[in-house]
Write a protein that binds this ligand. Structure first.
Ligand SMILES: Cc1cc2nc3c(=O)[nH]c(=O)nc-3n(C[C@H](O)[C@H](O)[C@H](O)COP(=O)(O)OP(=O)(O)OC[C@H]3O[C@@H](n4cnc5c(N)ncnc54)[C@H](O)[C@@H]3O)c2cc1C
Length: 401
């Protein structure tokens, strides 16, 4: 059911009310220094097709770029101290966080050397990553077949599955309680001032024209459609990512870390079951509404890899599967943040590719600081600004999944 806003003007209009939109809404609404009005416009209040509803909900400290590691450190702190961050609200539950870690497996000396240098950066920042020889991996996880493996990186601290769904629900609920207005509607257009430097208003599908102080693009895989409304090119497109849940006839005797096989297939424990996924070999932009599954990926790619890597997975039964869209940043697969250099009140929160859920606490906090103070107060997130696209200087992050 379409809902209408209660006012004709808001200080901040957020386009998209899923994980990232709700993150910035919550951080703004919770900041005593921000006393403005917030409108969150969400085109599908069921969130059925949002990336947030198709996520694998994992967090890792194993990035190669220092700022990405610091972002994950804040994420882990936020998840572990969720109730405290939510103002010690007694209704807020503890969030599940299963730290079985990511296990990156290297099958060449060059890849092993990359893992070793990533481990050094992570260790310097206090992450618990271990660079492991094949024998050390075999001793800790005897179920792997490691004949082709040279080394691996593994970290059992603040890395694994976390309950992002509950976090999202509470951000949304609490942002509303703190004054953010959510409506089920769609932003279909924007009107700029004559100089083209400010978005004056957004137009809703229901016809209303709403004046805005700032507009935040939190529209996930549709981010480039939203940017185009302000005349901005954004290198973000929807790409399909496949998830498969399977049962093993002979379950493993310990947790399966989120294992990144050199083939690109990943797998991990999922309660009593297991989860696996991968990008497709051909990885084009897809239609925004294309969520058609392709079971040949399971048959011809995923299952052969997992059964080779873990021989106990010779006998498995597929019990669930889904397709979700990454908001894939074709420029450098990392977040695009901050104000547009020309249209100064248009703020990006886009392009998170496969790591937006874990980055949502730091990115929502930083975006709320940018809106409230005109600059960052905690982590300096300016390396993610749109300016790097204009300057053609990609953000370098070697650990992209
Ligand atoms: C299969 C898969 C596995 C993943 N695994 C992980 C993981 O393990 N860890 C991790 O950190 N991340 C993971 N991710 C990525 C993560 O889920 C996303 O980065 C994150 O959920 C993005 O949230 P978002 O709010 O930006 O986008 P979305 O969740 O897509 O939300 C965007 C919202 O904007 C709305 N919208 C769009 N246009 C308009 C408009 N014009 N008007 C109004 N509303 C609009 C949409 O309806 C949608 O609800 C995964 C993603 C996928 C697909």
């Amino acid at each position: 059911m379409t809902q209408l806003p209660t006012k004709s003007s808001y200080d901040v209009v957020i386009v998209g009310g899923a994980m990232l939109g709700s993150s910035v809404a919550w951080f703004l609404a919770s900041n005593p220094d921000f006393d403005g009005s917030i409108l969150v416009v969400e085109r599908d209040a069921t969130y059925e097709f949002a990336s947030t509803s198709h996520t694998n909900s994992c967090m890792r400290q194993q990035f190669s770029a220092e700022i990405n590691i610091r972002i994950s450190q804040f994420a882990a702190d936020f998840v572990k101290n969720f109730r405290a961050y939510m103002g010690d609200d007694p209704r807020v539950p503890d969030l599940a966080f299963q730290s079985y870690g990511y296990m990156y497996l290297a099958d060449t000396d060059a890849f092993a050397a990359d893992l070793k240098s990533a481990q050094a950066v992570q260790a310097r920042l206090g992450a618990g990553t271990r660079h492991m020889s094949r024998d050390e991996i075999a001793a800790d996880y005897p179920f792997y077949q490691l004949d082709d493996i040279v080394a691996g990186n593994h970290n059992l601290v603040d890395e694994g599955y976390f309950d992002g769904g509950t976090l999202f629900d509470w951000w949304k609920r609490s942002a509303k309680e703190r004054g953010a207005e959510y409506i089920n509607n769609q932003v279909t257009g924007m009107t700029l001032n004559p100089a083209g430097t400010t978005v004056d208003s957004v137009t809703l599908k229901s016809g209303e024209v709403i004046a805005c102080g700032k507009v935040v693009n939190a529209s996930g895989p549709r981010a480039s459609v939203t940017a185009a409304m302000a005349g901005i090119d954004l290198p973000v497109e929807p790409r399909k990512r496949y998830t498969f849940i399977f049962d093993a006839a002979q379950p493993l005797d310990r947790d399966l870390p989120l294992t990144i096989d050199p083939s690109g297939v990943h797998m991990r424990s999922e309660g009593a079951y297991y989860l696996a996924g991968c990008p497709p070999d051909e990885d084009p932009a897809v239609d925004y509404d294309d969520f058609i599954e392709d079971f040949s990926i399971w048959e011809s790619k995923v299952w052969p890899v997992i059964a080779t890597r873990v021989p106990q997975f010779e006998q498995v039964k597929l019990i669930n599967s889904w397709v979700g869209h990454y908001a894939f940043n074709t420029f450098d697969q990392n977040a695009i943040l901050g104000p547009h250099p020309k249209v100064g009140n248009f703020i990006f929160l886009n392009g998170f590719s496969g790591h937006g859920l874990q980055q949502s606490p730091a990115m929502g906090r930083g975006t709320s600081e940018m809106i409230t103070y005109g600059g960052y107060r905690s982590l300096d997130l300016s390396p993610f600004h749109y300016d790097r696209i204009v300057a053609n200087q990609p953000f370098v992050e070697k650990a992209v999944i």
